[in-house]
Design a protein. Structure first.
Length: 362
């Protein structure tokens, strides 16, 4: 059982490079928080500060109300699952899972009970007498998780645990982590650069860029109401389309087409009259319609829908975008398809922040 409070955490290395800026987060007991962002954004550094593997330069860390900012890693009662499994190759799976308890000189009978219980939860009972080299990547990652479970820590940390697995194993192990979280009811912090993992696993997501938190919210909040251009471009697959547009009395005008605006959109964009903004729309928020013409470059047929890539405008010289259209489409390169946008997002061109509507979902 763990509640975690990170207050104004910052990390500055000896070479004066700052990796994390003013990080604030309150994690509820039993919550699964995913830190997501591109490589070098500071997410793993933040996790290592929580684990006690990196010193906290400034700020405070509270675990169940107790200040553990300067506490050594061994005294924080936190378990960390690493990307590379960190298993001992000369030990059996049983010995690997029991190792931390053996170091603590726990009763052998208690150790045996805990290891068997964790192995059953993770489907490893048949593998306990094998060595790590005899297991698949997914099984080895489960052993690493099992080694953490037997400790019964207050907090679980995962540092990109699935990045060494192939796509099929990644999907299967992701489901196992989600089931494990529900079964244990444990508090977890999970770091990944894969936004699919973030969207499918998280109770809440912390989206980071260049050491700064860009947005904290539920997966739906980050997908549906991104705080800025970075979040809008990072969350969602394929990524959101962006087109420069000018706000005018008759609506929104781009270099290739014009769009009428709803009353709520007009109200939100009133301060930008005569100015340039950024229009955003997700590929899945398009359909065959009448807002603009798309000159097709290529198709990706996915079964129930098709990704259609192309340029805005029949001349093929506008912005390159992607539309996700229903059904199996057989467009050829050079075809011109009329497209409508079913959901629009607006962003301030200077600040990159989202321009919010009074009525959400318009």
């Amino acid at each position: 059982m763990a509640q975690l409070s990170l207050q104004h955490l910052e990390k500055v290395y000896d070479n004066k490079v700052q990796a994390v800026f003013d990080f604030n987060l309150d994690v509820k007991d039993g919550e699964l928080i995913v830190l997501v962002g591109p490589s070098g954004c500071g997410k793993s550094t933040t996790l290592r500060m929580v684990a006690g593997l990196e010193d906290i330069t400034r700020g405070k860390m509270l675990l169940n109300g107790k200040d553990v900012t300067d506490a050594p890693a061994k005294d924080r009662d936190i378990a960390m699952v690493f990307q590379n499994y960190a298993l001992y190759g000369h030990m059996t799976i049983y010995e690997n899972m029991a190792f931390s308890l053996t170091l603590r000189k726990e009763d052998p009978n208690v150790i045996h009970t805990k290891v068997l219980a964790a192995a059953e939860v993770l489907g490893l009972t048949e593998q306990l007498n094998k060595k790590p080299a005899q297991l698949s990547g997914g099984q080895r990652q489960r052993v690493a998780m099992g080694r953490s479970i037997v400790r019964n820590p207050q907090l679980f940390l995962f540092d990109e645990p699935l990045s060494n697995l192939d796509a099929k194993l990644r999907s299967a192990t992701r489901r196992e982590i989600l089931l494990l979280h529900k079964r244990l009811g444990a508090t977890m912090l999970y770091v990944t650069h894969d936004q699919t993992e973030a969207l499918t696993l998280a109770d809440r997501i912390v989206c980071m860029s260049m050491g700064h938190v860009q947005q904290i919210g539920t997966p739906l909040e980050l997908y549906d109401t991104p705080a800025n251009l970075f979040v809008a471009s990072f969350i969602g697959l394929p990524p959101m389309n962006f087109i420069d547009a000018k706000v005018e009395s008759q609506g929104l005008v781009t270099s290739r087409f014009s769009l009428a605006l709803s009353p709520a959109e007009k109200q939100a964009l009133a301060p930008y009259m005569g100015k340039q903004i950024v229009l955003g729309f997700r590929p899945e928020n398009t359909r065959v319609g009448s807002d603009f013409e798309l000159k097709v470059l290529s198709n990706e047929n996915l079964g129930m829908n098709t990704l259609v890539h192309g340029h805005v405008g029949a001349d093929g010289k506008g912005e390159r975008i992607t539309c996700k259209l229903a059904g199996w489409c057989n467009y050829r390169a050079g075809d011109v398809v009329p497209i409508s946008i079913t959901r629009k997002h607006f962003f301030d061109k200077e600040t990159t922040n989202a321009i919010k509507l009074e009525v959400e979902g318009v």
